[in-house]
Design a binder for this molecule. Structure first.
Ligand SMILES: Cc1cc2nc3c(=O)[nH]c(=O)nc-3n(C[C@H](O)[C@H](O)[C@H](O)COP(=O)(O)O)c2cc1C
Length: 209
């Protein structure tokens, strides 16, 4: 299936079939695809929490205004962004880059100084906001690649981040929940599955210069 056909097929699933589970190999394929999402400087300013535990999901549902996707989907995928994007974080990334590319650490010092300059120019809050933008790119990759695999999903930001941080133990890891997606298979009873897509007309969406 082409990506366009997948995106035509997908919709923000409101009602999942709670008897259907994504096979382990498909889930792994999906997660490995999300891992390839681009991020500013490649810093991957987030971690991705895959929640399956039914008791935890029950608590997440309460912190998500009771939305049923939290407990009916196959998995809940939470994008939690780094709250401490600092010198140490950047240095660890440069270490990783030197090792992955087999280059000398000192050969990367120009790039390192450039990244450090960008990070230090921003306040802690601004760095977190920057990180959140990266998480949304990964969310887009998740939703798109799920559609190619005919896995249903619902991107979601209707939840109380503070409560998620507490339930998932994110604060002590230097993370905060930003956005999530529930993934699985649509229920035959989801009326949203057959609704026409509402999108801007080409004229209103594309500015061609
Ligand atoms: C960032 C983001 C957050 C969303 N949050 C929720 C949510 O909390 N609950 C929900 O049911 N749908 C949520 N949606 C789904 C949108 O309402 C849906 O994508 C939009 O209406 C377009 O419909 P479609 O995706 O079915 O084409 C969210 C979508 C995005 C992209």
């Amino acid at each position: 299936m082409s990506l366009k056909t997948g995106l035509e097929w997908r919709y923000a699933t409101k009602k999942f079939d709670n008897t259907k589970k994504i096979p382990a190999d498909k889930l792994e394929h999906l997660l490995q695809t999300v891992k390839l999402a681009p991020s500013s400087f490649g810093l991957q300013h987030y971690e991705i929490v895959v929640v399956e535990d039914p008791a935890v999901r029950e608590r997440l549902k309460e912190a998500s205004y009771g939305q049923s996707q939290l407990t009916d989907a196959s998995q809940v995928i939470v994008f939690a962004v780094e709250t401490n994007i600092d010198e140490d974080y950047v240095k660890a990334y440069i270490d990783e880059m030197a090792s992955a590319r087999g280059v000398k650490r000192e050969d990367l010092s120009g790039f390192e100084q450039y990244v450090l300059g960008s990070v230090s120019r921003l306040s802690r809050e601004e760095n977190i906001n920057w990180a959140k933008k990266q998480a949304y790119i990964a969310l887009g990759v998740l939703i798109s690649s799920a559609s190619e695999l005919q896995i249903d999903s619902c991107p979601m930001e209707g939840f109380e981040a503070d409560k998620y941080d507490e339930i998932l133990g994110l604060k002590e890891k230097g993370l905060t929940a930003t956005v999530m997606a529930t993934i699985g298979y649509r229920s035959d009873e989801d009326p949203y599955a057959n609704m026409a897509k509402v999108r801007k007309s080409d004229k209103d969406l594309f500015i061609r210069i």
